[in-house]
Design a binder for this molecule. Sequence first.
Ligand SMILES: [Zn+2]
Length: 634
Amino acid sequence: MIKLSLLLGAVSLAASASCLGQTDIKYPAGPVALTVELPHPQQEIFYVHERMPVSPGPLTLYYPKFTPGDHAPDGPIETIMGLEITTGSRRITWFRDEVDMFTFRLTVPAGADHIDISFQFPDRERGTPNLMGLQWNDVALYQAGYPTKVQLYEPTLVIPAGWRYGTALKTVEDQAGHVTFKPVSFNTLVDSPVIAGKYFREFDLTPAGSTVHRYLDVVGDSDGTLQIPETQIAEYRRLVEQAQALFHSHHYGDYHFLLTLSDYVSRGGLEHHQSSDDRARSGTKMFADADHFMLDGSLLPHEYTHSWNGKFMRPAQLWQPDFENPEHAKMLWVYEGLTVYLGDILTVRSGLWSPDTWRQVVAYRAADMTHQPGRDWRPLIDTTVAAQLVYGSPSAWSNWRRQTDFYREGQLLWLSVDMKIRDLSQDRRSIDDFARQLFSFDDGSFVTRRYRFEDVVHALNEVQPYDWASFLNDWIDSVGERVPLLSGIEASGWRLDYSDRPSGYESALENVGEGELEGKGINEMFSVGLFLDGEGKIEDVLWNGPAFKAGLAPGMTLLAIDGRAYSTDVLRSEISEAHKSGQPLQITAKSDGVTAFYRVDYVGGLRYPHLVRVPGTTDYLQEILRAKPLDNSK
Ligand SMILES: [Zn+2]
């Protein structure tokens, strides 16, 4: 039997330059000195200067097009301004490619050995007057013709004196906000964001006895927002321990959780190899309010899991030799789906979520996925192949079009895999063994390795022999009822059921906003087939559901139900009333200046998803979610 590590192709310099051939790798001259300044934080503009060693003659420069983790050609090229290229005192004329907007061409004059590139990049998404978040791929051009792995950069960041910062980059010198970092490859630079701010705290999450450091670096808009209770710091420390117990390896030097706590930056997370860019609401909400913490609790575990699944181990064609070559996103059901499954398990094993919260979250997602009529025409695999479309597709009609279902449906798929391994092995093995099989080699190395579908199947077979290829292909390629969405839940001793009371998770989504993978709103998709905002505006309608058949559509606003002025409470009480009376709902709605009546034939009552125990069966979720014995090797 060939070992997994032999099947997987290491991404060496040679591999990264495979199009050039191993003996033909070319290295550009010298490192690029890249300086990024933030002189006026309230204006939120980065001033960029690059000094790039070059040779005279034609030169092509790229602005990073495919943003790692976004899986789409969405580098914010439309944002940059003030681009000037000079050598000495001479200005060099540049031309943008007429087809590829990310490509610039110029001619370096005779006698020049470097060029100076300058431009500005305003970023209101990740900054406030008190803090900043910098992604280096937003603020750098690089040379065409070389793999980005061999292009060396010397980064310098200039921030206001007194500001502190967190990053996986290593500092050479920090003089009053003039910070010079050790030179790194362009790949590592792009993979190493920086957060900085007037208000900054660093918490050490390193497990006792480990020499590999893990830090939680936090910036916020005030000192008060950075006060994180010791109980939650302890849970993040357990996250590090439980990840070690799951993967039995690490693939970073030190690891930095870079957490921005602010109501003024875009929420979300972006995975990196030795750090993660995590953005949540202000600390006075995230850490002081149970609803907020429930919604953001899985953020850090998810992005941390990506250090193994996605960064260290990456789908083969998702990896490319530079940021210009298109990423192939077909394997995102592993990259994201497995990460949601493992990340959410770690969220419970570390104590950040209770098992009950996990069940509420999974019930909500399972109900959502079973109310996706779009699966009748679009297999899961097409949502991954077309990831660069679905990340930005409209939310209206998303249940029929389908969206980034490889996250939530991926979680159900991997739960099903976990239960299948447990079933076939008579409870001797589980997804933990698969995680160990796939990720626990090259300990300490952060050289990216690549996996193909065959490698995933092989790793599963090493854990438990089975026809995994058919199992997985049937799931990801099929449409309609053939996909056994609830098979994992049902094998675990639970079943999806509905009651007339929303779960705590669903209430949190309604009350305080969107979850990591769920949108904010009033979800009546499982009853009348409507998803609404708090004011009665319809955001989505279940394709072929009761409201759809009545003629309602996204964009309309509900004005009255059965003669009562609209409110969320009125909608719910009338749905309950219709259940008792057997009479259809009479809805008044307006759209584009037209007010009309709609008769919705629905008498099924309120329906909110929950997982309920199946009597007489083993509760496998308890075992899946239980904290594992610590691995004391690191
Ligand atoms: Zn992810």
